[in-house]
Ligand binder design. Structure first.
Ligand code: NAD
Length: 471
């Protein structure tokens, strides 16, 4: 079994000693060369795929227990996406592993050169609770494809999925090289004291800083998949119904707004705002009915801490009177209705931090072009969206807005295109993954030059005569 369980006593079952022992064992397994072979990588990727195919219902049940995640969302955004990643890696792995020829220079003539991808070694993957199956295993696909041994630390905030991952990975994968450590801060801290060859972390930026500081002690490279406030700019002259459906799908249809690339706020013109609000209200009612707190098609808020955090954003004096739709809450069921807020002040709490929930502020500007200044005045978001029919505006958006990824006339769909890198910029993250980018994230690109004994130019050797200088 790969799972290391948390004990109820004050001393964690998994402490620094246990972490050091585990890393030692994995280092031994990596040093044996086992993980480097194509056959090992292929067998582990097949194991992950099989595990997901054979346990789809259990995965959906765990996600329902952790988040009341609707079954269709569990299937599309967790199981199916993971299967796609596995299938792509299995299809492309041989090609990814082949060294890439590189041009040589006159100075080294005659020679040949290539870039050889090599595994980094023993890596640590720490994941978050909102897509706890996909976000745990998608980096694992990259780490395995690149030939690494690894430890996965799933989020304790999604305990059912965490324990399912520990159980299934112990059954389907090679536990001499791939291990799961369950637990919270003490266990993660014990893991972070060890020397890793890479740490891949998904979560918020505050903890991201702790991860980076721990990694710095050993000069360990990191990938930090963080979040931010992802804006949606809504121009006039568009198909507003389709646009609002796509905004809703990216916001409430993605774990009830608890997704890293969910629209965080909308910007539109003062003139256009009433139409946007009306269209959003209409489509929201069609999707979730008149009493969305009872809707089975919306995830709940993950736990009471996050429920109170979101309640605080909503109950802030600065946003009172700004709710134009929704606002209902049910603390006993951890439910908050899809909520629209119009013209919230920029210094309100809700505009100061990532919302990560079902609240959607709508900001207004005089001219739609002003939206880009609003976006660029904040921290660089993980995603930014624009709905427009205006080619010039679209070009300006692409050229002037810096974000992890951009989508024009839809939201969140870039996540599903595995030929695109997925990651942040600035405060929304460091590094990227998905598809081949995942393989690269866990590989070192080794520069290799091959020479024979011919063409041994005397110019490089002393004595450094004046004549050699003139050549
Ligand atoms: P979380 O609470 O599950 O924390 C993430 C991980 O950090 C967990 O495994 C947790 O055990 C660990 N952790 C918590 N405190 C720690 C500490 N003091 N020391 C070491 N490890 C610690 O998840 P979260 O941070 O609430 O996740 C939500 C955030 O993640 C949002 O900001 C969201 O935008 C971001 N996110 C980003 C992506 C992405 O792909 N870029 C995906 C999902 C979520």
């Amino acid at each position: 079994m790969g799972g290391e369980k948390e004990e109820t006593s004050s001393k964690p079952a998994f402490d620094v000693g246990a972490a050091s022992e585990l890393v030692g064992k994995l280092r031994g397994a990596f040093a044996s060369g086992k993980t480097r072979s194509y056959q090992w990588r292929e067998s582990q990727l097949k194991g992950l795929l099989k595990m997901t195919e054979e346990h789809e219902q259990e995965i959906a049940d765990a996600l329902h227990s952790d988040l009341a995640k609707p079954e269709l969302e569990s299937y599309i955004y967790e199981a199916a996406m993971l299967k796609n990643s596995c299938r792509l890696a299995l299809k492309e792995l041989k090609r990814w592993m082949v060294p890439e020829k590189a041009k040589t220079s006159l100075t080294t003539f005659p020679s040949s050169a290539e870039i050889v991808p090599e595994p980094l070694g023993v890596v640590l993957i720490i994941s978050a609770w909102n897509y706890p199956y996909l976000l745990s295993l998608d980096p694992v696909v990259g780490a395995i494809a690149a030939g690494n041994a690894l430890v996965l630390k799933p989020s304790e905030i999604a305990p059912a999925t965490s324990s399912l991952l520990a159980k299934l990975m112990g059954e389907y994968l090679d536990t001499s090289c791939i291990r799961v450590v369950e637990g919270a801060v003490p266990e993660t801290t014990a893991l972070l004291e060890q020397k890793w060859d890479k740490i891949f972390y998904t979560g918020n930026g505050k903890i991201g800083r702790i991860i980076m500081a721990a990694a710095a002690k050993h000069l360990t490279p990191v990938a930090l998949e963080l979040g931010g406030k992802s804006p949606v700019v809504v121009d006039s002259g568009i198909d507003l119904k389709v646009s609002c459906r796509r905004i809703i799908a990216g916001k409430w249809g993605c774990n009830n707004g608890q997704a890293c690339i969910s629209p965080d706020y909308v910007i539109t013109t003062r003139e256009h705002a009433p139409k946007v609000v009306d269209a959003l209200k209409q489509e929201l009612e069609k999707f979730y009915g008149k009493n969305p707190l009872e809707s089975k098609d919306l995830s709940r808020i993950v736990n009471s801490n996050h429920f109170f955090r979101l309640s605080k954003l909503l109950d802030d004096d600065k946003v009172s009177g700004k709710v134009v739709h929704g606002g209902e809450k049910d603390q006993s069921k951890l439910r908050i209705a899809p909520t629209l807020l119009l013209d919230v002040p920029r210094d309100a709490l809700i505009m100061q931090e990532e919302i990560f929930g079902p609240l959607l502020p709508i900001l207004t500007v005089d001219k739609i072009e002003d939206s880009f200044d609003v976006i660029n005045s904040g921290m660089k978001p993980l995603a930014a969206y624009l709905f427009t029919n205006n080619k010039k505006l679209r070009e300006e958006f692409v050229m002037s807005v810096s974000a992890g990824g951009l989508v024009v006339n839809d939201t969140t769909v870039h996540l599903a295109i595995l030929s695109l890198p997925f990651g942040g910029v600035g405060e929304s993250g460091i590094g990227a993954y998905h598809g081949k980018f995942s393989f690269d994230a866990f590989s070192h690109k080794k520069a290799v030059v091959y020479r024979g004994f011919m063409g041994d130019a005397a110019i490089r050797y002393p004595p450094y005569t004046k004549m050699k200088l003139r050549l």
